[in-house]
Design a protein around this ligand. Structure first.
Ligand SMILES: [Ca+2]
Ligand SMILES: [Ca+2]
Length: 632
């Protein structure tokens, strides 16, 4: 069965698999990231205190729709070539093991094809044992949360079973102690990041630069903070992270605390502090941060930069210096991820008018509310998550990611803790909401994608994320861009489309020899004079190639709904916005541009009014759906 393409979209609801550790042939897999798979790890007892849920066992489960292990190991297709009549997916290495020793017994989990039940699978197991008596105790357990059973079977019986049409997958049932990354929050599973956490490829994840309020050193980051730079020119900026925002953002992007794995828990982190203890930064310092990244990206292998901040004055990409700065990173191979902002009002379009989230090249992220469930079917956009057109007529955000009721690390001494004591979840963690915390989900996903595709450009990373994003029908069109990210599916795209293809012809060599830059003026000349620009170039050059005509979100993409017809030609750009009103306007120039208050960029945009919400831990039953079983 060819599971690959089906994984990229569809209705998996995050239920596919939890891969906390290797399969039982996992000596190769257990290597880099989680070290030696020792039993009874101290981490598990630190996790839930004494006794109780101290012993944790992860069952490795692959469900019919997903074959991530095969993808990682690349062995499923090889298996199929060797054994064409085997219809079920088998754990990597299982077929080889059976062929080497068909009489041995194997502990496995056998899953039904869609529509079949656990009882039917149990019957199949019984039949296989009757047809080919052997050692092994047979049926061990029927599952409820998945249509399947646990069984101990001989190799021959497994092969017999694998040829039955009702069987979707036979995977190793290997008890594994938790020394790997994991989380008891829902968001990593909703964004489908967990399948990538503990694979060998995760060790190749590049560094993520967090341009924020600094990062507090703590166990969540181990020794992975590769550099710590203070570029804030404001007074009132404590060493470390006096605000708390940057530590939280870094925790979401790349933390690895017990119960709190971030999106890319193996990534190195580069902290660039531009924000004082009140959460304010100066534009010049944020631009300096971009400069620093550019100068040091090779040294620290920085391929992703997270900007959970935005400027305080609306601007066009034509002359916003912060846009220039992040574009420069983008053209130099750094994936820039920006928060959309939290100035949406009751779910209505607000526009996305502030740099750097208004930049067409970068990945702008809106906040998804996962509604306390693993399924994305009930998901919405957070009502304050900004969306709509930029002043240049681009629809933003590009994608959505979980950003409401997030729980992450914050220093106890930070101002966020003192301002919001009721949000503290104890032990150095607190709950916060905001597109600030959706952005690092995507930043971490980008790092994980680059771990597997180091040759990809930022355009390709963005394309893969957009191509595999899942439509959320309960979110207002465009509020979460083309949909909510599916990190693992994005990592499995081949030949990702370039969502910025139509703009790339305006990416030119800077006259001062300093590299590529976006010639926004040339682009605007063409765009203004050619009503069909959007259809001719943007649409066909990029997305149409990507075979997502069949995806439900085609409606919501650049081509149809937003850019071309609706927006800028008539509505925002030509008439309403900067061309006449702002740019030429003296008040814009004097009041904003030259004004010192303009230069004070940004608040860290946690959603200020958000009350403490449903950031509670994931339930045991949901973990079981993910294939994680907690011991008694
Ligand atoms: Ca700071
Ligand atoms: Ca949900």
């Amino acid at each position: 069965m060819n599971c690959g393409p089906r994984l990229a979209r569809g209705e998996r609801n995050g239920k596919e698999l939890m891969r906390l550790n290797g399969s039982s042939n996992g000596s190769t897999r257990s290597s880099a990231l989680w070290g030696k798979p020792s039993k009874g790890e101290t981490r598990s007892s630190a996790l839930w205190g004494k006794g109780g849920r101290g012993s944790i066992v992860a069952l490795v489960v692959a469900i019919a729709l997903a074959a991530p292990l095969a993808a990682v190991a690349g062995s499923s297709s090889r298996n199929q070539d060797r054994d064409k009549d085997i219809k079920a997916y088998l754990s990597p290495g299982l077929l080889d093991a059976i062929k080497a020793n068909p009489e041995a017994t194997y502990d496995v989990i056998v899953q039904a094809r869609r529509g079949d039940t656990s009882a039917e699978v149990a019957d199949e197991v019984t039949d296989a044992r009757e047809d080919d008596p052997g050692r092994g105790m047979g049926l061990r357990k029927r599952f409820r949360s998945v249509a399947g059973v646990a069984a101990q079977l001989s190799g021959k019986q497994i092969l017999r079973l694998a040829r039955r049409s009702h069987i979707a997958a036979i995977t190793r049932d290997a008890p594994i102690t938790l020394s790997a990354s994991y989380s008891l929050q829902r968001w990593p599973y909703v964004a489908n990041l967990h399948p990538m956490w503990n694979s060998p490829a995760a060790a190749n994840a590049p560094a993520i630069a967090v341009v924020d309020s600094g990062i507090s050193s703590r166990p969540d980051f181990g020794n992975r903070i590769a550099a710590n730079v203070n570029l804030s020119s404001l007074s009132g900026n404590s060493a470390g992270d006096g605000r708390g925002h940057g530590t939280f953002v870094a925790g979401i992007a790349a933390g690895n605390g017990n119960r709190f794995a971030g999106a890319s828990p193996g990534s190195k982190i580069v902290s660039i502090d531009v924000m004082d203890d009140k959460g304010m930064a100066m534009t010049r310092d944020v631009i300096a941060a971009a400069d620093w990244i550019l100068a040091n990206k090779a040294r620290y292998n920085i391929r992703v930069a997270n900007f959970s901040l935005h400027s305080a004055s609306p601007a066009s990409v034509f002359f916003d210096p912060l846009d220039r700065a992040v574009e420069r990173l983008w053209f130099n191979g750094v994936v820039v991820v920006a928060a959309a902002g939290n100035y949406g009002i009751d779910g209505r379009p607000s526009g996305v008018t502030f740099a750097p989230g208004n930049d067409p090249f970068v990945i702008t992220v809106g906040a998804q509310d996962v509604r306390g469930t693993l399924s994305t079917r009930d998901d919405t956009a957070a009502p304050w998550s900004a969306f709509g057109y930029t002043l240049d007529g681009f629809s933003k955000p590009d994608v959505g990611a979980p950003g409401r009721y997030m729980v992450g690390p914050v220093p106890n001494t930070s101002t966020l803790v003192s301002e919001r004591p009721t949000n503290v979840k104890g032990n150095g963690y607190m709950e916060l909401s905001g597109t600030s915390f959706a952005a690092p989900v995507v930043a971490g996903a980008a790092a994980q994608i680059l771990a597997r595709h180091p040759e990809w450009t930022p355009d390709q990373v963005k394309g893969a994320l957009m191509l595999t994003a899942k439509h959320t029908r309960n979110a207002a069109p465009g509020s979460l861009g083309v949909g909510v990210i599916d990190g693992y599916a994005a990592s499995r795209v081949s030949n990702p489309p370039n969502p910025n293809a139509a703009l790339n012809r305006y990416v030119v060599n800077a006259s001062d020899g300093s590299g590529k830059m976006f010639d926004a003026a040339s682009w605007a000349n063409v765009a203004m004079s050619d009503a069909s620009w959007a259809q001719a170039s943007w649409a066909s050059a990029s997305w149409a190639n990507a075979s997502w005509a069949n995806a439900s979100w085609a409606n919501a993409s650049w081509a149809n709904a937003s850019w071309a017809s609706a927006s800028w030609a008539q509505a925002s750009w030509a008439q309403a916005s900067w061309a006449s009103a702002s740019w030429a306007n003296a008040s814009w120039a004097s009041a904003s541009w030259a004004n010192a208050s303009w230069a004070s960029v940004a608040q860290a945009d946690n959603a200020e009014g958000e009350l403490s919400g449903s950031g509670e831990e994931i339930a045991d039953g949901e973990l079981a759906e993910l294939g994680i079983q907690l011991g008694d």
